[in-house]
Design a protein around this ligand. Structure first.
Ligand SMILES: *[C@@H]1O[C@H](CO)[C@@H](O)[C@H](O)[C@H]1NC(C)=O
Ligand SMILES: *[C@@H]1O[C@H](CO)[C@@H](O)[C@H](O)[C@H]1NC(C)=O
Ligand SMILES: *[C@@H]1O[C@H](CO)[C@@H](O)[C@H](O)[C@H]1NC(C)=O
Length: 309
């Protein structure tokens, strides 16, 4: 009897776990596509069924309809010559103005901030704050115990160290004296606009349908892309031959002037930004591009590139 009870109990636990998974365990970081890119751009997820966890494509029509002679951040548009308001500025957005680029595409142009102050001396550390762009003053406590600590989710951080708010991954938090477990200012701040907002400074890449590229160690779901791949004359589409995986007929990806269908790939090594970079149309309208790991592809092995291409 006792044994049957245990088995029944285990079965029940399994059922319960399964039902939790089905209910609210939607972990978007496991969904395909450059999701962080879409979200920081302001594209809307489109799901086949409302209860689906993952979007199968994104709707970027609002982004695409934006005027080329205005700049955009959050829900605000800025005219040429207008300065970025504090309410829309992150700590490192210093002296930003909406300007026309030489390709006639407006974007924010900001002061170049050079924070480098060198590493702290042994036994010392820098006071940091999520509201400041650069690391703060160096302090050298007489006793290491004098350095404040913060306990977050059972883990200890020291004064000046960065930590994540488990309940809000968008927040930037830094341990500072006086922290009492509340992830509020001045310990944590929510960025005024996404840090990797692709059209804030490098809008040409967005307007020209370049694709964000991620390192092999990065997650396209949660990371900022490192660089973009933009179309050149040697780029071609490798059509997906597997018709069975072409169910998503209405998923297309735009790459420059090329239109890819679901499952289509781009060729590689047509310029430096596509060496060892695998691009596939998964969740349109932007192809998912990721650098292959070094043990799978040698980045030094490519045809000579004409730097004027
Ligand atoms: C895309 O989103 C816009 C709102 O930004 C909406 O008006 C439009 O109908 C949507 N398009 C599709 C195809 O869902
Ligand atoms: C942008 O504005 C719309 C309507 O005006 C609103 O629903 C939306 O929440 C706003 N988004 C942000 C990020 O402020
Ligand atoms: C690009 O294509 C041209 C011919 O169309 C060829 O001569 C050149 O080698 C190609 N460049 C690369 C990097 O593949």
């Amino acid at each position: 009897m006792g044994r049957l009870n245990i088995i029944f109990g285990l079965f029940f636990v399994c059922l319960k776990l399964l039902s939790i998974r089905a209910d609210d365990s939607c972990d978007e970081s496991k969904c395909p596509g450059p999701i962080a890119y879409y979200e920081s751009l302001g594209c809307l997820p489109v799901r086949k069924k409302p209860e689906d966890c993952c979007a199968y494509k994104y709707n970027c029509t609002e982004v695409e309809s934006r005027s080329l002679d205005k700049c955009y951040v959050n829900n605000h548009s800025y005219d040429l010559g207008e300065k970025l308001k504090d309410e829309d500025a992150n700590p490192c957005d210093i002296g930003c103005t909406c300007l026309m680029s030489y390709t006639d595409i407006a974007a924010f142009n900001c002061a170049i901030v050079d924070c480098f102050q060198g590493p702290a001396k042994p036994g010392c550390y820098r006071k940091n704050s999520p509201s400041n762009c650069c690391p703060g003053e160096e302090v050298c406590p007489e006793n290491p115990e004098d350095r404040a600590t913060c306990v977050v989710d059972g883990k200890a951080y020291k004064d000046g160290e960065y930590f994540n708010d488990p309940s809000d991954p968008d927040k930037n938090c830094i341990c500072q004296p006086g922290y009492e477990g509340k992830n509020v200012e001045p310990f944590c701040v929510t960025p005024k606009h996404p840090y990797c907002q692709p059209d804030f400074r490098h809008r040409d890449d967005v307007v020209n349908n370049c694709a964000p590229v991620y390192y092999s160690s990065q997650s396209p779901q949660t990371s900022c892309s490192v660089f973009s791949r933009c179309q050149n004359n040697n780029d071609t589409i490798i059509t997906n031959q597997d018709k069975s995986s072409q169910q998503d007929n209405d998923v297309i990806c735009k790459f420059g002037t090329l239109i890819m269908h679901h499952g289509d790939k781009l060729n590689q090594a047509t310029d430096y930004s596509s060496v060892c970079v695998k691009c596939v149309c998964e969740v349109g309208p932007v192809p998912t591009c990721q650098r292959l790991p070094d043990d799978k592809c040698d980045v030094t092995n490519h045809p000579p590139f004409n730097s004027f291409d």
